[in-house]
Design a protein around this ligand. Structure first.
Ligand code: SAH
Ligand code: SF4
Ligand code: F3S
Length: 443
């Protein structure tokens, strides 16, 4: 490829880690066509907005960004340059027609199961506007390029499972990502080895229900993790997002037995009230969750725990909410996300009675966040004085600033030579906040 043939590609990604993986794969697909990633939309030949539909706010952001992309396209047009504008991801899947209608300057709209067809779609887009929201039955993974040409840095995501059959009553994912699908173990192992060959030392296995993975041969996710741990050079393994119903013994034992599996578990519970869990269709109780956590802690006493919570689900009384706070007090989380319930079109909860006023949701989200913030701070503060292995996986603002991750998935800032990027080094923790720690490399 000559330099003159190089085209600039700007991808903006919202939503979960699976969208980050998908954006990376789109860059890999477009790499042989001469596209190279850039950090801003200015002067990009192609812009892809990879979108998230999970809450109303996430969707709104896409439409406000689209306006900016129109201006960007017009500025380039005045200079005689063409710009391809694409909307990908879960909003594209759910509202593809609306986007095409409201944004005539958008050239392509495609969903999470169609992006492997990007090269064909680009050709078609020269003559027509393209919409591709086929959820498909054959796997896009079979058509993705083997090479991770756009991979950069020591950490990588690897999607092993996609889609969801659980149909929690609040959630759009089963509609935007389609039915649950597990990739074959061999494909995953080969992809892990190729990432290792590109310098990756930490792999995060991804899935909407990653622990529902049931590929051939291996013994569920725990068995798969054991096989990945056997790959030379992979020093760290993580996984997300797991569902309480799929937390089996092999996976729990893996936390005890597999050194490379990091002591961190993101296991969303959403609510601590059995009545609300029932109307959410989560199919487990608060005590079932407590019991799983007890078993995980028995296997790996120092494990760091994280969860998601939805506040103000239809019908949530003060008593139900208090039960959620109690579950948080009982367990203790090191990081967590809490969201105000957002009614999503097409989901069963959107038609439920007992809507919670915005003011009450605001007040509850503040209370839950205060409690979680105190727990996060306490955990990080308790690490002061400890020496933890840190993977240096990012550059900070200053000349001698690096970012990293501890085994417990804490973000860490370190002043050190940039030549340490990509290494795993022992760091003594010297300070902490609710969201990060800092420290010094132990000589
Ligand atoms: N598969 C994961 C979650 C995927 S969505 C699981 O089962 O836990 C990520 C998080 O977004 C969810 O855990 C939930 O807390 C939040 N979320 C999903 N739908 C939402 C809605 N309608 N309103 C508010 N938060 C929501
Ligand atoms: Fe959504 Fe529930 Fe599936 Fe998670 S398990 S993706 S919350 S439907
Ligand atoms: Fe959002 Fe789709 Fe992920 S809705 S959270 S980008 S699966």
């Amino acid at each position: 490829m000559t330099a003159s043939a190089t085209k600039k590609l700007y991808i903006k990604t919202w939503g979960c880690q699976m969208n980050v993986y998908d954006s990376n794969r789109m860059a890999d697909i477009l790499h042989p066509l001469g596209y190279r990633a850039v950090d801003t939309p200015d002067d990009a030949d192609m812009v892809i907005l990879n979108t998230c539909h999970i809450r109303e706010k996430a969707t709104d952001k896409v439409f406000s960004d689209l306006g900016r992309m129109r201006d960007h396209k017009n500025i380039r047009k005045a200079k005689g340059k063409k710009t391809l504008i694409a909307v990908a991801g879960c909003v594209a899947q759910a509202e593809g027609d609306v986007i095409l209608e409201r944004a005539p300057y958008v050239d392509m709209v495609f969903g999470p199961q169609a992006y492997h067809e990007l090269p064909e779609m680009i050709i078609r887009a020269t003559g027509e506007r393209v919409i591709n929201t086929d959820l498909g039955t054959d796997s896009k993974f079979d058509s993705l390029p083997a090479d991770h040409a756009a991979q950069d840095g020591p950490t990588a995501f690897l999607s092993i499972q996609e889609g969801c059959d659980k149909f929690c009553t609040f959630c759009v994912v089963p509609y935007t990502r389609g039915a649950e699908y597990s990739r074959p173990a061999e494909d995953i192992l080969n992809e892990a080895k190729r990432l290792r060959d590109r310098g990756v030392v930490e792999i995060t296995l991804l899935g909407q229900n990653v622990n529902a993975w049931h590929g051939d041969g291996a013994d569920g996710l725990g068995g798969l993790i054991a096989r990945i741990a056997d790959i030379d050079g992979i020093a760290r393994i993580r996984y997300m997002t797991s569902h309480p119903r799929d937390m089996d013994d092999t996976l729990i034992d893996a936390h005890r037995d597999i050194r490379q599996l990091m002591p961190f578990l993101h296991l969303p519970v959403q609510s601590g009230s059995d009545e609300i869990l029932k109307t959410m269709n989560r199919k487990h109780t608060a005590d079932h969750y407590r019991d799983i956590i007890a078993r995980v802690r028995k296997a790996r006493p120092d494990i760091a725990l994280s969860s998601d919570f939805i506040v103000g689900f239809p019908g949530e009384t003060e008593k139900h909410f208090e039960e959620t706070l109690q579950l948080i007090r009982d367990i203790g989380f090191t990081t967590s996300y809490s969201f105000k319930y957002s009614a999503r079109p097409g989901t069963p909860a959107a038609n439920m009675q007992g809507l919670i006023p915005e003011k009450v949701k605001d007040e509850r989200v503040q209370r839950i966040q205060e409690l979680l913030f105190a727990q996060h701070t306490a955990f990080n503060t308790a690490c002061i004085g400890q020496t933890l292995d840190v993977l240096m996986d990012g550059y900070g603002r200053g000349e001698s600033q690096l970012h990293g991750r501890t085994p417990y998935n804490q973000a860490i800032h370190i002043t050190t030579d940039r030549a340490n990027f990509g290494k795993i080094l022992p760091v003594r923790i010297t300070a902490a906040t609710a969201t990060s720690v800092s420290g010094e490399i132990v000589a």
